[in-house]
Design a protein around this ligand. Structure first.
Ligand code: MRU
Length: 421
């Protein structure tokens, strides 16, 4: 679907009109299995169980599941009035799957509007033809969300890489051979006019999974890392395990290995130690994360643990960057205090899934097990996200370019003026 030439890396979502398949991310990195999603109920379950996750991917799978239903005429509607009611009801149902990411509610608002407009403007007096017009308008609207997401992510990747690059001052000092990994010996792209200067390559840390698996392709924060790597600006990427549900170790580590990006996995609790060594060894220039919802002032809800990383980054003088499509910016929510945070079941902390490792160290990929890792009677608090106050964020990279903080606020007026009318 869409411009295949732009598609890079793993595909979380496979779609052709009338057929939607979703990669079961709970089985990664051991098994690579696509499930057919033919109804909104299947889509709801898939999102709730986190077989697909990540703010953009959730919105896309919800939107496309209803597109498949409509393509198969499951609505059974005989009038546009009934059809629009059906569409609204199905979208309201999907809205209940996961509450924090704003992409889903933005997609739902857009698709409701598209369907209502199509019902009003269909030129046909014949209700069967008018219903076909409304179905087609919805389906094309949902497909456009899928296509636009990829274009958006490629732009975020490029802007993010260029922004981070612009922070790296040229070094006119001779290159230390022992440090050759961290410095260019020849000019990187775009700096050929400065042959005598060496430029620092960047090492970055990311949290959770914001890559191809969380989107229609390329990714947001991980998309920037991908772009940095392609542009030869990247030294090394670190990813956190991302407890409790391990999107970092299960998914981001998998994507980094798959893309052959130089990378290292750490536990969430190692970030401080890593940052503390930045001057001597690791040279982390930035933490780059995604977003589930960015409030009007820039406060950002993202995977639990993001807030702690932001404070650690500030303490160590490391840039803290949020990569988010404008569909994740919610100007109707004033501050992070107004963002609803999803609470998830305690077994995500007290149990873990994995493939069985044999005595010789080989992973038996087909042999997976769920294992208890805590006393099952312990009380558990499991918020899926936290909110990072805007004052800790240096820049928000969108498909329209970077938005920088002024005092403790971000102003999105310049990149999305229409939303402020
Ligand atoms: O619970 P998840 O895995 O859906 O959480 C995902 C995140 O927090 C991502 O950082 C965010 O959705 C952005 S994905 C491009």
């Amino acid at each position: 679907m869409g411009d295949e030439s732009k598609r890079t890396g793993l595909e979380a979502i496979k779609y052709q009109r009338g057929k939607l398949q979703v990669l079961d991310q709970l089985r990664l990195p051991h098994e690579f299995v696509y499930d057919d999603v033919e109804t909104c109920e299947e889509s709801f379950d898939c999102i709730k169980a986190m077989r697909v996750r990540g703010a953009p991917a959730i919105a896309i799978v919800a939107a496309l599941a209803l597109a498949v239903e409509l393509d198969h005429k499951k609505d059974g509607a005989t009038s546009t009035e009934d059809l629009v009611k059906y569409i609204d009801k199905r979208l309201d149902y999907l809205m209940g799957s996961r509450p924090t990411a704003v992409d889903l509610s933005n997609a739902i608002k857009l698709l409701k509007k598209i369907s209502q407009n199509a019902a009003h403007i269909s030129p046909s007096a014949d209700q069967s033809t008018a219903c076909a017009d409304v179905r087609l308008a919805y389906i094309e609207g949902a497909e456009k969300i899928l296509e636009d997401d990829l274009t958006t992510n490629l732009a975020i990747g490029r802007y993010g890489a260029e922004y981070l690059r612009s922070l790296q001052k040229p070094h006119s000092v001779p290159i230390d051979e022992t440090d050759e990994l961290r410095y260019f010996t020849t000019s990187p792209p775009g700096t050929q006019g400065l042959p005598d200067q060496a430029y620092r390559k960047l090492s970055v840390l990311t949290h959770c999974n914001t890559g191809s698996l969380a989107t229609s392709g390329h990714g947001t924060a991980l998309g920037i890392i991908r772009s940095l790597h392609k542009m030869n600006y990247l030294d090394h990427a670190f990813c956190t395990e991302t407890r409790p549900y391990n999107q970092g170790s299960r998914l981001t580590a998998f994507e980094l290995v798959y893309e052959e990006i130089p990378s290292t996995l750490i536990t969430d609790s190692m970030a401080g130690a890593l940052f503390a060594r930045r001057k001597t060894e690791k040279n982390i220039a930035a933490v780059i994360v995604g977003a589930d919802r960015v409030a009007r002032n820039g406060d950002t809800a993202n995977k639990i643990g993001t807030y702690s990383l932001a404070i650690l980054a500030k303490e160590h003088g490391i840039k803290f960057i949020v990569a988010a499509p404008t569909t994740s910016i919610d100007i109707e929510t004033e501050t992070g205090a107004d963002i609803k945070i999803e609470d998830r079941v305690g077994t995500e902390l007290t149990q873990i899934s994995g493939a069985v490792v044999g005595k010789d160290g080989t992973v038996d990929v087909g042999n997976t097990a769920r294992v208890a890792i805590a006393d099952q009677r312990i009380g558990v608090w499991n918020p899926a996200f936290d909110v990072t106050p805007a004052k800790y964020i240096d820049a928000i990279i969108t498909e329209k370019g970077e938005v920088l903080r002024y005092k403790d606020m971000f102003n999105f007026m310049d990149i999305m003026p229409e939303k402020f009318k």
